[in-house]
Design a protein around this ligand. Structure first.
Ligand code: NDP
Length: 333
């Protein structure tokens, strides 16, 4: 493998990104020097946070550089090694996705111990999105016995894990997603009350139909009307884990907050945002619990797979059109 294709950021989007913003380039890989490895990527992930990195603004993750390859999680196989700790054929997790392969320092790579899980699971349920669900529910929302949980974006990578972790821990779960197929999937994974938000005129009423006394925990992946409805449906002392607000990622103007923020006061609601990278200490405990749940069938996951690096932009754009059920992935191998 000496020649690979990479996806570069060609221009910065204004509003919804399009194919114009991406360019596929072929590059030659050098042989690995001392301390370096050459890796053939088998899978790469596309995630909503990458939209923020296409903008030239300071945030918790630096912006992608124009004319340079984009990056993000990938699972690959070592094809040549100049580092005695990495052998040919070993699986590694890197942040050098959006390309078919690379030669780079071995230092930024993590060896994969698949523990019987498929390697791409480490980009989804057993990786960053799964840990986001776990940390958001257990640490940020401080889930406790008897809590009724509402999750938006419930059929996606993070949301579907939130639903199942809450179910595995014995909670009543209300999930919201777009369309009949996603509602059917939510029922299949044990969600007690599944809402097709695209077919609902009154989201507050739809939540209360599944939780007549209100919700104790809201796991927000969407923001906007979902956050407003969750505030309306919240019980006293509810906790809101603010994980994402995908409904405004492509907005071209600053968006107004929920009109009913004052409910935070009277209902004594605690609302807290978080970024998963501050909670990586929970990963070993999470993987232990996940392995058990996966073994006994309490947790399962779906993937929506696009084939080939040339389809990576389509997969990414599909996130904002709701084209994925479960984790959106690109297979490169
Ligand atoms: P998903 O797998 O959930 O994919 C995105 C989904 O969002 C789509 O399938 C679609 O589902 C929904 N969506 C897209 N546009 C809209 C819209 N305008 N209004 C409502 N729903 C919309 O992505 P992830 O699971 O990877 O991420 C979910 C959320 O979690 C995102 O907001 C992401 O930014 C956030 N996140 C935050 C992290 C953190 O550390 N805080 C870490 C990882 C993710 P549907 O068809 O149901 O509309």
């Amino acid at each position: 493998m000496t020649s690979v294709r990479e996806v570069h950021l060609k221009s910065r989007p204004v509003g919804m990104p399009s194919h114009e913003n991406f360019e596929i380039k072929t590059v030659e890989l050098r042989d690995p020097g001392p301390g370096e490895v050459q890796v053939k990527n088998l899978w790469m992930t596309v995630d909503p946070y990458m939209r923020g990195r296409m903008n030239d603004v300071k945030s918790y993750a630096p912006p992608y550089a124009l004319g340079e390859p984009m990056h993000g999680g990938a699972v690959g196989q070592v094809t040549a090694s100049g580092d005695p700790n990495f052998k040919e054929g070993e699986l590694v997790l890197s942040q050098l996705g959006w390309r078919e392969g690379f030669t780079a320092s071995a230092q930024g790579l993590q060896k994969l111990d698949p523990r019987g899980l498929p390697p791409q699971a480490f980009l989804g349920a057993a990786g960053m999105p799964g840990l986001t669900a776990y940390a958001g529910l257990l640490r940020i929302a401080a889930l406790k016995e008897g809590d009724v949980v509402f999750v938006s974006g419930a059929a996606g990578a993070v949301g579907s894990m939130v639903c199942q972790i809450a179910k595995a821990k014995g909670h009543r779960v209300i999930g919201s997603a777009g369309g009949a197929e996603k509602v059917a999937f939510l029922k299949e994974i044990g969600v007690d009350h599944a809402i097709d938000y695209k077919a609902e005129k009154d989201l507050t009423a739809a939540i209360l139909a599944g939780a007549p006394e209100g919700i104790d925990v809201y796991f927000d992946n969407v923001g906007g009307d979902h956050l407003e409805a969750a505030l309306n449906a919240a019980k006293l002392f509810a906790r809101f884990a603010i994980c994402g607000m995908i409904s405004i990622y492509n907005a071209t103007e600053p968006q107004p907050g929920p009109r009913n923020m004052a409910l935070l006061i009277g209902k004594n609601i605690r609302m807290e945002g978080f970024i998963v990278s501050h909670h990586f200490d929970m990963m070993p405990k999470y993987i232990d619990e996940l392995s058990g749940w996966a073994r006994d069938g309490r947790v399962k996951w779906r993937e929506t797979v696009f084939e080939g690096i040339e389809k990576a932009p389509d997969a990414f754009l599909g996130l904002f059109k709701g084209e994925n059920l479960g984790k959106m992935l690109v297979r490169l191998g």
